[in-house]
Design a protein around this ligand. Structure first.
Ligand code: PLP
Length: 389
């Protein structure tokens, strides 16, 4: 059976260049980068090369990059670190209703600890209105945190516009760029962000490593205390193989982005076009143009997202659904809810996220499989049948 992986927003395989560099590094270089001897200095040299590569990919300076254990930790440090450092100035944070859990839950945590959080709504495409950001800023506002692109529906936010507003008001701006890195241009100055979260495993790097960009002069209170690594912001012996892998993934990602994103976008457009044309009662979730080049998210009326995921899995196709069963209840995700989709669409969402290994043949295979599955699942749906008494 053909195997088709269409879940690159969840994670990606290691790029071969990343794997071979990590292998060589783990074989030859084990020193602790904090050690002053040659073994330590050797490891430190690798870290600093990786820091430069990550910085280059987002137009930052290497000293503005802090390695973390991933996107989640970067989000936590950005939000809690800023909130705590600016506590005397104010206690208000602005975010959106469709952020990743790493941001939403961190804001909820602060809300339980004396902060006030405004969750801005989004339009039917999942876009935050910059005027809403301007309208929500108060004198107590210390941070605005809005993701660069959404992990479920792929909608890209107008961060540069939001950045102009936050700068005007002297409020810090954080953006979670985990899904945009190496897919669309991410430049910290063009976006006007003060803080940016990154993760390696979405760009063909290893899991368990990410970074926080913090603009020079940003004050952040650490949330991890100990040996003072990463210029005292993130204590703990560095994940050296992870960092080295992340650096290589950033280098390759930057080098291949334009070509690869254009290729993947072509496949994605074919996938969306065929699904919408060949399966009845299907709608596209997210913005038609302002979306990640690799994201296709559709709702198939009168079927359950969970059933779609399982049925496609039986055909060798890996996808995900914002309508999948999590924690035992068939609740649609907060993202789909925030879009205000009709009930039958909210429950039949399917996220297909493309990547390096996907080909035209994969798309044809998936569309044919999905056509069969949609017919079969709809035949079980009581809502799809005329009701006979
Ligand atoms: N932010 C976004 C938008 C994501 O998609 C993810 C991963 O799913 C994360 C944060 C978390 O990143 P990590 O898995 O590196 O902790």
């Amino acid at each position: 059976m053909r195997k088709v992986y269409l879940d690159h927003a969840a994670t990606t395989p290691l790029h071969p260049e990343v794997l071979s560099l990590m292998y060589e590094f783990m074989r030859d270089t084990f020193g602790n980068p904090s050690s002053v001897h040659s073994f330590g200095r050797e490891a430190k040299k690798f870290i600093e090369e990786a820091r430069q590569k990550v910085a280059d990919l987002i137009g930052a300076k290497p000293e503005e990059i802090y390695f973390t254990s991933g996107g989640t930790e970067a989000d936590n440090i950005a939000i809690i670190g800023t909130a705590m450092a600016r506590r005397k100035k104010g206690n208000h944070i602005i975010t959106s209703a469709i952020e990743h859990h790493a941001v939403i839950e961190t804001c909820e945590y602060l809300a339980k600890n004396g902060f006030e959080v405004t969750f801005l709504p989004v339009d039917k495409y999942g876009i935050v209105n910059p005027d809403d950001v301007a309208g929500a800023i108060r004198k107590e506002t210390v941070l605005v945190t809005i993701m660069h692109a959404n992990n479920e529906i792929g909608t890209i936010q107008p961060i540069a516009e939001i950045g102009r507003i936050t700068r005007e008001h002297g409020v810090a701006l954080h953006s979670d760029a985990v899904q945009t890195l190496a897919k669309i241009p991410v430049n910290v100055d063009d976006l006007g962000v003060d803080l940016l979260s990154l993760s390696a495993h979405k760009i063909y790097g290893p899991k368990g490593i990410g970074a926080l960009y913090a603009r020079k002069g940003m004050r952040l209170q650490p949330i991890m205390h100990g040996g003072g690594q990463e210029r005292k912001l993130r204590s703990g012996t560095e994940n050296t193989p992870g960092i080295v892998g992340f650096g290589k993934a950033a280098e390759v990602g930057g080098r291949e982005m334009e070509q690869e994103s254009a290729r993947v976008k072509g496949l994605r457009d074919k996938l969306i076009g065929r699904v919408l044309a060949e399966i009845p009662s299907v709608t596209l979730n997210g913005h038609p143009e302002q979306r990640l080049p690799n994201n296709a998210n559709v709702s198939i009326a009168l079927v359950e997202g969970e059933s779609l995921v399982l049925s496609l899995d039986l055909e060798g196709v890996a996808v995900s659904s914002g309508s999948a069963c999590s924690s035992g209840s068939l609740q649609p995700s907060h993202v789909l809810k925030a879009l205000g989709l009709p009930h039958e669409m909210m429950h039949g969402s399917l996220r297909m996220t493309l990547g390096r290994a996907n080909s035209e043949e994969d798309i044809d295979y998936v569309v044919e499989a999905l056509k069969k599955i949609a017919v079969r699942l709809r035949s079980f749906s009581p809502l799809a049948q005329p009701v006979h008494s």
